[in-house]
Ligand binder design. Structure first.
Ligand code: G3P
Length: 226
């Protein structure tokens, strides 16, 4: 399982990369714009924070040729390892094999149906990114979507990985992992959401209390080195 950070905030990315098993970062035009800074500066700060993990950036051009030009410039600026995000439009579908021929890692993004995911895989995309919560919000079933894509990819022998995106809670993340997603991209607060559990906190409280009842303030280090 690969965990990506869906953010362009360098400080937040650096902190999460320090503590969690992070595979990289995903950005899109909305996420970059949220930082409200000079685009080059924002992207370079993200690269510095994410180090040699995979950095995704998205094209804004809407023709295949324009997307390829965006991809080249983004990769030149951001450096490797780099993945370009291409929306699953007709022009995007045309751009994917062109980008693969130039050696790009390609993520097909804004996927909301199994047919879009199938076309992206056949075009050669390395990742396909279904948007779970946004689909649930319009009475879709994001988990079923991932399940169907995973089944279809397996049936067709595609190596394309499912990069599930757009979550509002840890339950959705657990469900897409069980449904067959090989990677997820998460808003920063969801990393803590995946990890924290009140029963873990209760267990920690009991460990502290029981230890202190016998050893007081002494730590393991204190006791083993005395
Ligand atoms: O990576 C896609 C993602 O940014 C969409 O997430 O939370 O805006 O629906 P959200």
């Amino acid at each position: 399982m690969q965990y990506f950070i869906d953010s362009a905030n360098a400080a937040v990315i650096a902190a999460l990369c320090r503590d969690f098993p992070v595979a990289g970062v995903t950005t899109n035009p909305t996420i970059i714009a949220r930082e409200k800074g000079d685009f080059r500066t924002v992207l370079l700060a993200v690269r510095k924070a994410v180090g040699d993990r995979l950095l995704h950036a998205q094209v804004t051009a809407e023709t295949a040729e324009g997307m390829c030009a965006d991809a080249r410039d983004l990769r030149a600026l951001a450096g490797e390892p780099f993945a370009v995000k291409i929306p699953v439009t007709r022009e995007g579908l045309r751009a994917i094999p062109m980008l693969k021929a130039e050696g790009f890692t390609v993520t097909a993004t804004a996927v909301f149906s199994p047919t879009q995911a199938m076309l992206a895989a056949e075009a050669g995309a390395d990742y396909a990114a279904p948007y779970i919560n946004r689909f649930d919000t319009v009475c879709g079933d994001g988990i079923r979507l991932v399940n169907d894509i995973a089944l279809l990819y397996a049936q067709n022998g595609y190596a394309t990985k499912i990069l599930a995106a757009s979550f509002k809670n840890a339950m959705q993340i657990a469900e897409v992992m069980a449904a067959g997603a090989q990677s997820v991209t998460l808003a920063p607060d969801l990393f803590d959401g995946m990890l924290s559990h009140p029963m873990t906190d209760l267990a920690m409280d009991a460990f502290r209390r029981d230890w202190a009842g016998v050893y007081g303030d002494a730590s393991v280090q204190d006791l083993l080195r005395e």
